[in-house]
Design a protein around this ligand. Structure first.
Ligand SMILES: Cc1ncc(C[n+]2csc(CCOP(=O)(O)OP(=O)(O)O)c2C)c(N)n1
Ligand code: SF4
Ligand SMILES: [Mg+2]
Length: 292
C-alpha cells in the first residue's frame, strides 16, 4: 500500500548532525508523519546536540530535553499533564538513542510499557554511545568494533533483542523501521498515532563516524540491513501477532558488513558465524509470524 508522505516540513535548517546521519533524516520523516501537534522528548544523546543550542531549535515543534535514563518517565509525565489539561490531540514522541533505551533507560521504558502509557517511544539505534565517542552499548552487534571494544577484542555478546523485550510487555504496538523505506516508516508512525496506549518503534540509524562509513552510504546500508535479514521490517501487535512487512532478498550478510569499517577486522570464519546467527534469527521470526 503506497501512502502519501506529507509535504509539510517540521525540521528546518540549522541542525547540528554530521553529514549522512540516519537519525537526523529519520526525525524529518517522523515529524512529517505525526504533524504539528507533537511534543518531542529527547534524553541525553546525539539528538540533544542535533536539535540546536537553546534558544535555537531545528524543529518547529516543542522539545523537552530530559536526563539520560528518564525517556519513558518523561514521556508518561508529559502525556499525563496534557490529559489533565484536557488536551487529547497532542502526540508525545520520545526520541531516544540505543544507550538511552537498551541500557540506562530500560527501567523507565519498561515502567511506561507495563503501565501502557499513551505515547510513542522511538529508539533511534545507531548501535553505540555515539555522542560520547562510540562506546559499546548492548545494542552493538556481535563482533563489532567500538572504542571500548577494539578490533583485537571486539564485542563478544549478541545484540540485545529489544523488540522481544517490548513484545514480552504485551504492548499494543511495536515495529521495526529504517529510513531506507520511508513509506513503511511513515505508515508505522501514523498507525502508532491512532493506537491508544504504548507504542514502540525500533529504528535502525546509520552513523557515518561510528560505523566508519561514507556519509553517502547511509541509506544504502540501511537497505542492505533489511535485505540481508540483519534488520527485518516487522510489526508485533499485542505482544503476539507478528507481521513481516517486507520479504528480504536474502543477500549475504557480507554485502552489508563489508562496507563498514567497524567490521573490517573480521575473518571469513567470523563473518560466517554472523551469517549463521542472522539465519537463525530470521527462522525464529518466520515461525512467530506464521503463528507457531
Ligand atoms: C546519567 C548520565 N550518564 C552519562 C551521560 C553522558 N552521555 C550523554 S549522551 C551519552 C551517549 C548516548 O548514547 P545513545 O543513547 O546511544 O545516543 P547517541 O549518542 O548514540 O545518539 C552519554 C553516555 C549522561 N548525560 N547522563
Ligand atoms: S555521531 Fe552519528 S548519530 Fe551522532 S550526529 Fe553524527 S552521524 Fe548522527
Ligand atoms: Mg546510540
Amino acid at each position: 500500500m503506497r501512502i502519501e508522505i506529507p509535504q509539510e516540513e517540521f525540521m528546518i535548517s540549522g541542525h547540528l548532525a554530521c553529514p549522512g546521519c540516519g537519525a537526523a533524516l529519520s526525525m524529518r520523516f517522523a515529524l512529517k508523519a505525526l504533524g504539528k501537534k507533537t511534543i518531542v522528548v529527547i534524553p541525553a544523546s546525539c539528538w540533544t546536540i542535533i536539535a540546536g543550542p537553546f534558544p535555537y531549535s531545528s524543529l518547529k515543534v516543542p522539545i523537552v530535553h530530559c536526563a539520560f535514563e528518564t525517556g519513558g518517565a518523561t514521556g508518561a509525565g508529559i502525556k499525563a499533564a496534557l490529559q489533565a489539561r484536557g488536551d487529547v490531540e497532542t502526540t508525545v514522541m520520545v526520541w531516544a538513542g540505543d544507550g538511552g533505551t537498551f541500557d540506562i533507560g530500560l527501567q523507565s521504558l519498561s515502567g511506561a510499557a507495563e503501565r501502557n502509557d499513551d505515547f510513542i517511544y522511538v529508539c533511534y539505534d545507531n548501535e553505540a554511545y555515539m555522542n560520547t565517542g562510540i562506546q559499546r552499548s548492548s545494542a552493538t552487534p556481535y563482533l563489532s568494533w567500538t572504542t571500548t571494544s577494539p578490533a583485537n577484542q571486539p564485542k563478544e555478546n549478541p545484540k540485545k533483542d529489544i523488540m522481544e523485550i517490548m513484545a514480552a510487555h504485551r504492548v499494543p504496538y511495536a515495529a521495526s523501521a529504517t529510513i531506507a523505506y520511508p513509506q513503511d516508516f511513515v505508515r508505522k508512525l501514523q498507525k502508532a498515532k491512532e493506537i491508544r496506549g504504548f507504542k514502540f518503534i525500533h529504528l535502525l540509524s546509520p552513523c557515518p563516524p561510528g560505523w566508519r562509513i561514507d556519509p553517502e552510504l547511509s541509506i544504502k546500508i540501511s537497505r542492505l540491513a533489511v535485505q540481508s535479514k540483519v534488520f527485518p521490517l516487522y510489526e508485533v501487535e499485542g505482544g503476539e501477532r507478528y507481521t513481516i512487512n517486507l520479504q528480504p532478498k536474502g543477500i549475504l550478510v557480507n554485502e552489508y558488513i563489508r562496507l563498514q569499517g567497524r567490521f573490517s577486522h573480521l575473518s571469513e570464519e567470523e563473518i560466517e558465524m554472523i551469517q549463521e546467527n542472522v539465519d537463525r534469527g530470521w527462522e525464529r521470526l518466520i515461525k512467530k509470524a506464521s503463528g507457531w
